[in-house]
Design a protein around this ligand. Structure first.
Ligand SMILES: OC[C@H]1O[C@H](O)[C@H](O)[C@@H]1O
Length: 307
């Protein structure tokens, strides 16, 4: 956010999950991983997220550290796992739509629980700090236990990003993850998969979210539907935001994460939800013009909340 539109930030978002390199078919490597993308965009939006993850003791890990430093990001929450590689994902893009081959047993799968809880500085956080959790880092049993321990102690708002990346997801994780969550974000396909509903119009979204709420509690929901816009369901109210078409589509990698980050920034800064969703749509659209999810180009973040 630019200085003339920000309000005083009293909380610091904490973002937990994977950091990795998205490796494209042309051999280009771009920093990514949904939680990392969210943290990166929050930083671009003027927040100071604490990012909790792990890298390997290798060149890619050094590159993560250096790039975070260049972006003025706090890397104190980054663990080094010496016997595992820094994460990578093979990305194929067809007509702008990515598919991912996600490599297993990566450094981010082996978070040290004591260090994680310490870095989250539970006692020091203002009670209204927002904790973001993705789902990929839950795939290992030890990580799952660590993340559940952190969630169990968390008293502030929680934002859960359901990234269903088969086969790295199990609905059995959902009760612990969604219980008492403040916000849940997923896309229309994920909502359809989890509820068995066909998602085709606002009514079906409302019905599917009602199913999710009956199972997992009364969170607010953010449902993104690609070029068909996004819906925020807050209590009984639903807000719709049309999608902004990108100037020139490169790929949609990280568009949803950009949407999440701008939404979190709006919530943290008490910006009205309609303005927040409009900004989120703009940022998602701009990310679609990039190869991959992240860029050092700060103009990406200009005028998002004022346009
Ligand atoms: O949401 C996009 C991210 O998810 C995938 O896991 C890719 O790594 C990419 O950066």
């Amino acid at each position: 956010m630019t200085s003339n539109e920000s309000t005083v930030t009293v909380t610091r978002p904490i973002v937990l999950g994977e950091v990795l390199f998205d490796c494209f078919e042309n051999r280009q490597r771009v920093l990514g991983g949904a939680p990392f993308n969210v943290a990166w965009n929050l930083q671009g939006l003027g927040e100071s997220p604490l990012f909790l993850s792990a890298i390997g003791d290798d060149d890619l890990g050094q590159s993560v550290l250096q790039t975070m430093k260049n972006w003025d990001m706090d890397s104190t929450g980054l663990q080094v796992v010496s016997d595992r590689p820094t994460g990578t994902v093979q990305v194929s893009v067809d007509n702008g739509q990515p598919s991912y081959q996600i490599v297993e047993h990566q450094a981010y799968d082996f978070l040290d629980q004591a260090r994680l809880l310490k870095d989250a500085r539970l006692a020091d956080q203002p009670t209204d700090s927002m904790l973001y959790c993705g789902t990929l880092a839950l795939r290992g049993a030890a990580n799952r236990q660590s993340i559940q321990a952190l969630i169990a102690q968390w008293t502030g708002p929680r934002f859960v990003d359901l990234n269903l990346r088969p086969p790295h997801f199990d609905p059995a994780w959902l009760p612990a993850l969604l219980d008492n969550a403040t916000w849940v974000k997923l896309n229309d396909e994920e909502l359809a998969k989890l509820t068995g509903k066909t998602i085709q119009d606002p009514d079906s979204i409302v019905q599917a979210v009602a199913i999710m709420r009956s199972r997992y509690g009364q969170a607010n929901y953010l449902v993104t539907c690609g070029s068909r816009g996004a819906h925020a369901l807050m209590g009984d109210n639903r807000f719709f935001q049309p999608a902004v078409a990108p100037d020139q589509l490169m790929d949609t990698v990280g568009a949803g994460d950009a949407f999440t980050a701008a939404t979190m920034a709006g919530l943290i800064n008490d910006i009205p939800i309609d303005r927040t969703l409009a900004a989120a749509s703009r940022l998602a659209s701009r990310v679609c013009t990039l190869k991959g999810a992240t860029t050092m180009d700060r103009t990406l973040y200009h005028g998002l909340f004022t346009a």
